[in-house]
Design a protein around this ligand. Structure first.
Ligand code: COA
Length: 258
């Protein structure tokens, strides 16, 4: 399988689907995958054949976050990096963005959902924000969006402890619209997506802009601040210990840090 097979892109009946397809690595996102996602999100904006963009993964795994090894070898170099472009595309795309998520959704696998207009989860969905656990800090403007969405106390719990939560909690928190049986997730989500496709596209774009526009400058500024911190964190001894522990398949030991 080549890098280009790791994101399957198709457009049919008004729907562009971006399907993460690196299941042997639990759909961990490499630099190349970020670039493919960014390029297609930007292209969708200028393609009148695309009414809705859908991001999905496999039946049992949406995305296990940044590829830990790839990130260490190719640390993102600022806003114009592939990751930076993907985050900008997520935050600015004019087309309605729908996520269909079952199984693991870790790190960016969860934070990207905060930029989606509709999110449908399967019952097996397991969301997690383990940035601190990895010696890192939040990205994708999640340090701004999450407290506003779920309240500061819950956001602190999710971001500081980095514990897993399930589909129903995600729906109750307002991170997702609905949780469906895993077996029917795709079909149930497609019913909603078809409704979206049938809506008047300009009215959708205007409504999305009215909802998202006022926060756009703040989101860009937070993404920039997060980026700067994230770069520093990636080079930190805490992250080195966390990543080394991941590679050695053991629990990290942060007891020596102050
Ligand atoms: N980056 C790089 N590789 C990853 C990965 C990631 N984020 N997540 C999974 N993989 C790889 C594993 O290293 C393993 O590779 P190998 O078969 O060559 O050893 C393969 O995917 C399967 O993962 P494995 O850990 O064996 O599966 P699991 O079902 O036991 O656990 C996870 C799955 C996702 C819970 C676990 O792999 C994990 O915690 N990954 C890290 C997730 C993370 O911290 N992401 C946030 C990054 S900011």
């Amino acid at each position: 399988m080549t890098d280009s097979d790791h994101v399957l892109v198709s457009t049919a009946d008004g729907v562009m689907t971006l399907q993460l397809n690196r299941l042997d690595k639990k759909n961990a996102l490499t630099v190349a995958m970020y670039q493919t996602l960014a390029d297609n999100l930007f292209a969708a904006d200028d393609d009148s054949a695309v009414r809705v963009v859908v991001i999905r993964g496999g039946d049992d795994c949406f995305c296990s976050g940044n590829d830990v090894m790839d990130f260490m070898q190719n640390p993102p170099a600022g806003e114009d990096s592939s990751v930076g472009q993907f985050l900008r595309a997520l935050a600015t795309t004019k087309k309605p963005l729908v996520a269909i998520v079952d199984g693991l959704a870790i790190g960016i696998g969860t934070t990207m959902l905060l930029h989606c207009d509709l999110v449908y989860l399967g019952e097996k969905a397991r969301l997690k924000l383990p940035f601190v656990n990895l010696g890192l800090c939040p990205e994708a403007a999640s340090s701004y969006l999450l407290p506003r969405l779920v309240g500061p106390a819950k956001a602190a719990e999710l971001l500081l402890l980095g514990e897993e939560f399930g589909a129903h909690e995600a729906v109750n928190l307002g991170i997702a619209n609905a949780a469906f049986q895993s077996e029917t997730l795709l079909a149930d989500a497609m019913v909603m997506i078809q409704k979206l496709v049938a809506q008047p596209p300009e009215a959708i774009r205007v409504t999305k802009e009215l909802m998202r526009g006022p926060d756009r400058a703040a989101i860009a500024a937070v993404m920039q601040a997060e980026f700067e911190q994230f770069m520093g964190r990636l080079m930190s001894p805490e992250a080195a210990e966390a990543f080394q522990a991941f590679a050695e398949k053991r629990a990290p030991d942060f007891s020596k840090f102050d």
